[in-house]
Design a protein around this ligand. Structure first.
Ligand SMILES: NC(=O)c1ccc[n+]([C@@H]2O[C@H](COP(=O)([O-])OP(=O)(O)OC[C@H]3O[C@@H](n4cnc5c(N)ncnc54)[C@H](O)[C@@H]3O)[C@@H](O)[C@H]2O)c1
Length: 322
């Protein structure tokens, strides 16, 4: 079995590469290293540096390997930036993904697992958010993910591909065996910011909104460990290649932790005081985002195993304390 992992030098992709190599799948990583890191690449994987926006780069890699499946992680992912620079996100995320589909068609690669996001849902109308929840992104980043999902659906309808669109909630943690040491670049999400505050890189951090209708007033989110995500990718591959053809599913735990709870757990695990100050709510930040997880269980038999907050934080601290 041969897999092409596009964006495989990045945070989530590098963990999936490990899981695939552990199962003796022959992996080629294609990445422009804009945020990905070579040091995160398993030595069992081949590496080709290239950009999904350059047709010559894509042709080169598809010509060289006869791939059975593509895993597609390459994207820009900061929601706030996407509202300021929509063109940049349209090119990289939408045009880049359509170019991948074009190349797959030309070189007869029929299977793709795509990194989608809970950002496709927008404001939660009900909790837990299952896959039937309305799709109304509230930022341009989420819109790019929705457009790609719609194209995947069309390509599948036209008989060109089998696909899995995996809607991750908040990916967190690092490889439990300590094999990934290169930190996520320019993080804008909570857990890396807590870690940077704990290790002294930041003097303090902000908690946006402490007057929500939650027990302690801060927002509640659903965190999923990257090793759990990696396992789900392998199972999704087997599912679509095993005759089921398509899958759209959330990947999450169904359990939420509040921002203040996470800070408290991190203080215990790191043994450091985590200085924070209370700030106003951010626009578009809902009080609670927690996923429905039944579909992943019913289709893949997948459930998170390593995603309790202490396991996540311990695995991160090993990377951040140095
Ligand atoms: N991190 C999360 O919590 C989260 C949640 C939901 C969805 N996602 C999605 O998962 C995917 C992976 O996210 P991540 O957190 O690992 O991000 P990341 O930035 O660490 O990884 C993205 C990788 O893609 C590469 N890349 C970007 N543009 C490219 C291009 N034009 N050509 C070739 N390579 C390119 C980068 O160098 C990097 O290695 C993304 O599609 C993201 O939108 C992430």
């Amino acid at each position: 079995m041969r897999a092409l992992v596009i964006g495989g030098a990045g945070y989530i992709g590098s963990h999936v590469v490990l899981a695939l190599c552990d199962r003796n799948i022959e992996v080629t990583v294609f990445d422009n290293l804009s945020t990905g890191k070579r040091e995160n690449l398993d030595e069992r994987a081949h590496f080709t540096r290239g950009d999904i926006l350059l047709q010559t780069d894509l042709e080169r890699v598809f010509q060289a390997g006869k791939f059975d499946i593509v895993f597609h992680f390459a994207a820009l992912k900061a929601p706030e930036e996407s509202m300021l620079l929509p063109g940049k996100y349209a090119r990289n995320n939408i045009t880049g993904s359509l170019s991948i589909l074009d190349a797959m068609d030309k070189y007869n690669v029929r299977n793709i697992v795509f990194s989608s996001s809970c950002a496709v849902y927008g404001e939660s109308r009900y909790i837990p958010i299952d896959e039937k929840h309305p799709l109304k992104p509230i930022n341009y980043y989420g819109y790019t993910k929705l457009v790609i999902e719609e194209n995947l659906s069309w390509y599948a309808r036209l008989g060109k591909i089998n696909y899995a669109a995996l809607r991750y909630f908040n990916a967190a943690g690092y490889d439990l065996d300590g094999r990934i040491r290169g930190r996520e670049q320019n993080p804008t999400n909570l857990l890396p910011i807590i870690m940077e505050t704990a290790n002294g890189e930041r003097p303090s951090m902000e908690v946006f909104g402490t007057d929500y209708e939650t027990e302690d007033g801060s927002c509640i989110r659903d965190y999923i460990h990257v090793n759990d995500l990696a396992e789900a990718h392998f199972q999704a591959m087997q599912y679509i290649m095993g005759g089921q053809k398509t899958l759209i599913t959330n990947l999450a735990t169904g359990k939420g932790y509040s921002v203040l709870e996470v800070i408290e757990s991190a203080a215990k695990i790191t043994g450091r005081a985590i200085a924070y100050h209370r700030a106003d709510r951010r626009e578009g930040d809902p009080a609670v985002v927690v996923a429905g997880t039944d579909r992943a269980l019913e289709t893949l038999g997948w459930q998170a195993k390593y995603s309790d907050i202490d396991t996540i934080l311990k695995s991160m601290w090993k990377v951040y304390k140095h």
